[in-house]
Design a protein around this ligand. Structure first.
Ligand SMILES: *Cc1c(COP(=O)(O)O)cnc(C)c1O
Length: 364
């Protein structure tokens, strides 16, 4: 990934600065929240300083605390479990569906206990669960366990029923860090249709007070606020969102076409009518050698997330077949919006030449 900020972002910031604003969150932030609420079709949107804090706030607003358990996929960015670890809650890892890398619902059912206070549903790369989102909603309503949607990677992606991802759970969370579909440098957003939750989250992010400048505090709160400069960048990015989404889909189609006949590299499949692939994610044979070969050609790639349970900071036992396979073969190909068609062609040719070399006994 590479950052993509341009003239519209600069212009928006300069115009704002000429108005002598406070820079701390105010009108521009409100506008940005309204744009996200409109785009996702949700009643409320609250922006915060990143997509990890947003998950922590969602969990706090749902009353999660020390000793509670939260079910988390073993394949995700480490922010997902860390966001509740900070509250003294324990992430319980489950393996993921092999085609979507989203938590496998049958595994979730097996680890539910009296201590389970939430399920973190991570829509990996903008995909929706193969089991069907209705199955998750059914489980949630039968057990009373709320779902927090970590939709950090999923702006511009929808469930098959047409709802934007992030709108199925009690609350949905997005990230605007530099690699994501749009960016404000750092930034996160929560969406919900629940007035009470929205109200709680607004207070939690602003010292527990009802209104800025009036120091009455009925509840505990912190400072997880945004800034107007970030909102300026975000508003400019939202105006380009349709282009960004479209280009992500084109990039995915180009890779799909050009790599389809190479059995040694398997691309995860996306329904491009509803999904905006964030990264081009693949399972690649001899992954580490392929990475080295591509690097020699000046092509950067990145290993996909390894199993979180094996990270030293967690080190919890368990058998996670799909996550293990991703840890071994998972590879992200260059996926930045500004990549050219020619560059994609060159990357695909380099991958082809690597695998035909492996097949050649002279190369070994
Ligand atoms: C990026 C990401 C986050 C963290 O967002 P930040 O804004 O970097 O804190 C959380 N969860 C997932 C799935 C992500 O991809």
């Amino acid at each position: 990934m590479k950052p993509l900020f341009g003239e519209p972002e600069k212009l928006e910031i300069i115009t704002y600065l000429q108005e002598d604003g406070f820079i701390t969150e105010y009108g521009k932030t409100k506008e940005f929240e309204i744009e996200i609420a409109k785009f996702t079709g949700s009643k409320h949107c609250i922006v915060v300083n990143n997509g990890t804090v947003s998950l922590t706030l969602a969990a706090l607003a749902l009353g999660i605390g020390p000793g509670d358990e939260v079910i988390v996929p073993n394949y995700t960015m480490i922010a997902t479990p860390n966001s509740i670890k900070i509250l003294g809650a324990a992430p319980i890892f489950v393996d993921v569906e092999k085609d979507t890398l989203i938590a496998e619902i049958e595994h979730i059912k097996k680890v539910i206990t009296k201590k389970t206070k939430a399920i973190m549903l991570v829509s990996a790369n903008g995909r929706s669960p193969a089991a069907g989102i209705r199955e998750f909603e059914k489980l949630s309503s039968e057990t009373g366990i709320p779902i927090i949607e970590d939709a950090a990677q999923s702006l511009g992606s929808y469930y098959p029923d047409g709802r934007h991802i992030g709108r199925s759970g009690e609350v949905g969370s997005f990230s605007f860090s530099t690699s994501k579909i749009i960016s404000t440098g750092q930034g996160g957003a929560l969406i919900t249709d629940d007035d009470n939750l929205a109200h709680k989250i607004r207070r939690l992010k602003d010292f527990g007070r009802m209104t800025g400048g009036i120091d009455v505090h009925d509840t505990i709160g912190y400072n997880f606020k945004f800034t107007e400069l970030q909102a300026c960048v975000g508003l400019a990015q939202m105006r380009q969102l349709a282009y960004r989404i479209n280009r992500k889909k084109e990039i995915c189609s180009l890779y799909q076409k050009q790599l389809a006949d190479i059995p040694s590299i398997k691309l995860f499949q996306h329904n491009l009518s509803i999904c905006t692939p964030w990264f081009i994610d693949t399972l690649a044979d001899s992954r580490d050698h392929l990475m080295a070969h591509l690097l020699e050609e000046g092509i950067g790639t990145r290993k996909m997330y390894p199993p979180i349970n094996r990270q030293r900071c967690y080190g919890t036992p368990g058998n996670f077949e799909v996550t293990e396979a991703v840890g071994k073969y998972g590879l992200w190909l260059p996926s930045m919006i500004q990549i050219s068609d020619d560059e994609i062609e060159r990357i695909c040719l380099a991958i082809r030449s690597f695998y035909s070399g492996i097949g050649d006994p002279a190369v070994g």
